[in-house]
Design a protein around this ligand. Structure first.
Ligand code: 13P
Ligand code: 13P
Ligand code: MG
Ligand code: MG
Length: 372
């Protein structure tokens, strides 16, 4: 059966700052999707990560379906209304345009979708991150799809050994989608050369070379590129099909034990470790740390079996401690040096005016040099 898997998420208001949406908002989204999505969706699942609400759905409308995207947009609008009534912070934050047009891409919400023919068994992982940017997934994807130290399937499985095709987007290019396709393992170092710059180059999708099927998709929207100013962090979502011709579930999860440093955290302007958390986790210290949750699914004819919380296991408690230590370590130096993101990332915020004023006050000293 040909099915489309769509994850669409947005921050449309939050309790106590940027911590979490209210239960009333979540309930509103669930009710809206259940009633308005009848006859359109095969199945759906709603949850939150920090202050972002995620709507996962299956349907047969293909990617970028105006009907499915409008349904989610309207569900977020309904939740925005609840957030306003409750006096929550940032009501409608990620709905950057007044009117819906075609699909949510370029309007604020993040989306990632795959259309495929279901395998006999169809396991996949849904990742949702808060207080960070789409490039946060660059390192885990690189390690799970390219590095046998994390993905032994690259050595042990003939299908996986054929490698993968990465589509990488230059997200700074705002006039259209600027992408490059690179095959691994031949172009491994080129993939690495791009992915190291995770503000600019972001994995958009990965295909397996054994069958040509899509293995992974990431939401690539950068909110400041849409609004021209800082309007919250991008808080990316990702879908990864797993097992058989794709990485094993455990291989895809393994790189998250690094709690690698990403940008985001308070005001989206700092570096901090990406902490793997249980689903429906709130945000805390320094508007962070950046968090990621992961749900493992199986489905048949587009219907989900009960979801499993992939980071709800004793192993990840230790990783969360490591992430906390890494967060404290970098926070000790406040805004100095690598603790805060560089100027290029800050230029959409208020510091620009300060720096412009200061720049005008600089003078080049006219030194009278002693004659030799
Ligand atoms: P099973 O033998 O339990 O199917 O596991 C195979 C596998 O992919 C583990 O990574
Ligand atoms: P969100 O993008 O999650 O709303 O966070 C914004 C922010 O600036 C937190 O400090
Ligand atoms: Mg927010
Ligand atoms: Mg958020």
């Amino acid at each position: 059966m040909k099915i489309t898997l769509s994850i669409i998420k947005a921050d449309v208001g939050s309790i106590g700052g940027h911590i979490k949406p209210s239960e009333t908002m979540i309930r509103r989204v669930k009710e809206f999707i259940a009633s308005e999505g009848k006859g359109l969706l095969v199945d759906s699942f709603v949850c939150h990560t920090g202050d972002d609400i995620s709507i996962l759905s299956t349907h047969t409308q293909g990617v970028d379906s105006p009907r499915v995207h409008k349904l989610c947009w309207d569900a977020f609008k309904a939740a925005t209304e609840v957030a306003r009534q409750e006096g929550l912070y940032g009501a409608g934050q990620d709905l950057l345009k007044d009117a819906f047009s075609g699909n949510v891409r370029g309007l604020g919400p993040a989306s990632a979708e795959i259309e495929f023919i279901e395998r006999e068994a169809e396991p996949f992982l849904l990742f949702m991150a808060d207080k960070t940017e789409p490039g946060a997934y660059n390192l885990p994807l690189y390690l799970a799809f390219c590095d046998p130290m994390f993905a032994p399937g690259l050595i042990l499985s003939p299908k996986i050994k054929k490698g993968f095709r990465f589509t990488i987007m230059d997200v700074n290019h705002t006039e259209g989608d600027r992408v490059v396709e690179l095959d691994t393992p031949e172009n491994l170092y080129d993939v690495a050369a791009l992915l190291r710059d995770n503000h600019r180059f972001v994995v958009e999708s990965i295909r397996t070379r054994s069958t040509g099927e899509v293995a992974a998709v990431v939401s690539t929207s950068r909110l400041h590129n849409i609004s021209g100013k800082y309007s919250g962090k991008d808080d990316p979502v990702m879908l990864v099909r797993v097992q058989s011709q794709f990485p094993a579930t455990g291989e895809m999860l393994a790189p998250f034990r690094l709690a690698h440093y990403v940008s985001g955290f308070s005001r989206g302007s700092h570096h901090g470790p990406l902490m793997p958390v249980k689903i429906n986790s709130p945000i805390s210290v320094f508007d962070g740390p950046p968090i990621v949750s992961c749900i493992a699914f199986s489905m048949k004819d587009g219907k989900f079996a009960e979801p499993v919380d992939a980071f709800d296991h004793p192993f990840w408690d230790q990783v969360r401690e490591i992430a906390s230590r890494k967060a404290i370590a970098i926070r000790e130096q406040g805004f100095f040096g690598p603790a805060m993101v560089g100027y290029e990332e800050l230029e959409y915020g208020g510091i620009v005016d300060t720096l412009r004023e200061l720049d005008a006050r600089f003078k080049v000293r006219q030194e009278v040099r002693a004659k030799s």
